[in-house]
Structure formats: structure tokens, C-alpha cells
Design a protein around this ligand. Structure first.
Ligand code: IPM
Ligand code: MG
Length: 355
């Protein structure tokens, strides 16, 4: 197996280094892989004027799996859209056809008091958001900013989904639900949007093939509210790119820290890009402060989904639980009475807990 490692910007490089450390500790012990690293995002723009250089795209295309850090930073905010670091991850998703984005949000028992919601609301929470990642208003054409005859400027984007795109992400949602508690909630805005009307229709049709899964539909505004009111009602949520972007940030905060959450973006064959969902966090970059657990848990997702190594993946997840139980905490999840550590020490603790 060949892993492309793309650390990117901000805390990306720091947290990915810890994930690589964990992978290296597993190497040989039944796990064989090769790693190759390449620049992406702002780092690549600085070096070559392109946030996704040809060589990086080629490496990612050839690899069996991609471990991705984060991209972006205030230094790049004024660049034209195609030069912005964010464009690199959007292009990678599109070019590699990584349409199924799995974003688990589960609360570790040790961190139930880290959420801004009451522990009794979030304790035991375990939801999975399946977000469509290569369509919707993110990629729909036409888009632009134009000047109308009146001289007024207008910005416009296009939300669109084909039935084929909806069908394949619906299948991904149902398949995920089959492996969990067999409940799938499809989130849309079918009371207002044509795109969502088709979405609901197609998801319902696909649902007929999954009699064992209980399918419900919910409008996105209500879903945003229900996630705060009673998040444990959800098992798997399947939704489009834009709604999924927003709801997955909301769901991450139920768990206490966005620094804990991994993600997988998969194509039809199980090739995947794995990334912590927290982003580049420029304010704490380079200070050994970032929580590497989301990156380490992303590596675990890689072992599960692209390497088919369920046992090794579980071993990494158990090691993470263990260090939390031992009291190790980075700044984002620190509470009095626990042991505050930096990025590197947290990575070392996970390696030690692998046993
Ligand atoms: C995410 C991020 C990206 C997105 C940005 C960085 C383009 O917010 O992965 O959720 O909007 O998809
Ligand atoms: Mg987002």
C-alpha cells in the first residue's frame, strides 16, 4: 500500500507528523506500507504558485490512500479563488471522485463534560454524517459575479444534483447504516428547493432496497435544531455537500472538541482521503498546542476503509481511549485535574498505549 501524505498548512504538518508516528509504530507488525510526502495548499502556493501542484495531484492519484492535514490561512485570503489553498482540497475531492464523506461524531466517555451541552444530552452520542462531497452548490455551474444592466452587481451560484449522484451517496448512507444502528435520516430542504425534491424522491426509492434500515427525512433547519435538542435520536445522517458542511461542524461541537474528529472521503472503490476536520488553526500553529487525536483517528479510518485492517484500526482507537483515560489532554480538551500535554507528547502517549 502506498500512502500519500499531504500535511498542508498551519497545524496540519504538526498533527500529521503524529499520525505518521503512530503508523510507523505499527509498520512491520503485520502492516506494510510506503509513505511519500508532497506539499499542498498555502505551503505549495508559496513554493510554486499553485496550491495543488501537478506532482502532488499525481502522487495523490497513484496512491492507495491519502493522509491529509489542513489547508488555508489568513495570508492567502486575498488570493483569487483558484489560487486559494481551499481550492486544492476541493479539486482533489473532485478529480479523485471522492464523493462519500464520512464524518463520525462520537463522544468519548472521558470527554462527556467537554461539550458546551449538558453531559446528559451528549453522553454516549455516536452519529455519523455521510456528506456528498463532489456536487451541489460547491461545484454547480453557472457561478460568478456579474454586472446587471442596471449597473448593480450580482453574485450567483447553482445548486444541482443529478439522480445518479444522489443515488450513489444514498447507497453509501444506507450501507453505513446497515453496519450501525440501522437508522438513516436524509436531510434536505424539499419544502423550498427543486434539488431537494429530487433528492428526497431518489433517496426514498433507493431505500426500498434496504428494508432493514429505517429511513426518515428531515428539513435542514429542523435538523440543525434537533442536533442540539436531542442529538442521540440520530444514527446516520445523509445529506448534500453544503448542508453537510454546516451540520458536520455543528455536530463536531457536540463532542466537545473539533480537535477529536476524523473523516474519510471515499470513491467508489474504497480509495480514500483521510483528514482531521479541524482545519489549519493558524492561531495555534507551530506552538505544539494542536490536538493530534483527530489526525491519528483519521489514520485509523484509513486502516479500516482503505487497508481493510479492522483490527489494527480498532487498536489505534483503543490506544486513543486509553490515553484519554490516563488523563492526557491537549489544551482544547484540558480540564483541571487532567494532565496537560503538547501535540508531540500526545502522539508519544498514543504510541506507548498501542501496547
Ligand atoms: C470542510 C471545509 C471545506 C469545505 C473547505 C476548507 C473548502 O470546510 O472540509 O468541511 O467547505 O468543504
Ligand atoms: Mg467545513
Amino acid at each position: 500500500m502506498k500512502i500519500a501524505v499531504l500535511p498542508g498548512d498551519g497545524v496540519g504538518a504538526e498533527v500529521i507528523a503524529e499520525a505518521v508516528k503512530v503508523l510507523a509504530a505499527l509498520k512491520g507488525r503485520g502492516l506494510a506500507f510506503e509513505i511519500e510526502q508532497a506539499p499542498i495548499g498555502g505551503a505549495a502556493y508559496d513554493a510554486s504558485g499553485d496550491p495543488l501542484p501537478e506532482a502532488t495531484l499525481e502522487l495523490a492519484t497513484k496512491a492507495d490512500a491519502i493522509l491529509f492535514g489542513a489547508v488555508g490561512g489568513p495570508r492567502y485570503d486575498a488570493l483569487p479563488r483558484e489560487k486559494r489553498p481551499e481550492n486544492a482540497i476541493l479539486r482533489l475531492r473532485k478529480e479523485l471522485n471522492l464523493f462519500a464523506n464520512l464524518r463520525p461524531a462520537s463522544v468519548f466517555a472521558e470527554l462527556a463534560d467537554a461539550s458546551t451541552l449538558r453531559p446528559e444530552v451528549v453522553a454516549g452520542l455516536d452519529i455519523l454524517i455521510v456528506r456528498e462531497l463532489t456536487g451541489d452548490i460547491y461545484f454547480g455551474r453557472p457561478r460568478g459575479i456579474r454586472k446587471l444592466k442596471s449597473g448593480v452587481r450580482e453574485g450567483f451560484d447553482t445548486m444541482r444534483y443529478t439522480d445518479e449522484e444522489i443515488r450513489r451517496i444514498a447507497h453509501a448512507g444506507f450501507r453505513a447504516a446497515l453496519k450501525r444502528n440501522r437508522k438513516l435520516c436524509s436531510v434536505d430542504k424539499a419544502n423550498v428547493l427543486e434539488t431537494s425534491q429530487l433528492w428526497r424522491e431518489v433517496v426514498s426509492t433507493v431505500g426500498k432496497e434496504y428494508a432493514a434500515v429505517e429511513l426518515t427525512h428531515m428539513y435542514v433547519d429542523n435538523a440543525a435544531m434537533q442536533l442540539l435538542k436531542n442529538p442521540r435520536q440520530f444514527d446516520v445522517i445523509v445529506t448534500g455537500n453544503m448542508f453537510g458542511d454546516i451540520l458536520s461542524d455543528e455536530a463536531s461541537m457536540l463532542t466537545g472538541s473539533i480537535g477529536m474528529l476524523p473523516s474519510a472521503s471515499l470513491d467508489e472503490k474504497g480509495k480514500g482521503l483521510y483528514e482531521p476536520i479541524h482545519g489549519s488553526a493558524p492561531d495555534i500553529a507551530g506552538k505544539d498546542l494542536a490536538n493530534p487525536l483527530a489526525a491519528i483517528l483519521s489514520a485509523a479510518m484509513m486502516l479500516r476503509h482503505s487497508f481493510d485492517q479492522e483490527r489494527v484500526a480498532a487498536r489505534v482507537e483503543i490506544a486513543v481511549k486509553k490515553v484519554l483515560a490516563q488523563g492526557y489532554r491537549t489544551a482544547d480538551i484540558f480540564r483541571r485535574g487532567t494532565r496537560r500535554v503538547g501535540t508531540r507528547e500526545m502522539g508519544d502517549a498514543v504510541v506507548a498505549a498501542l501496547g
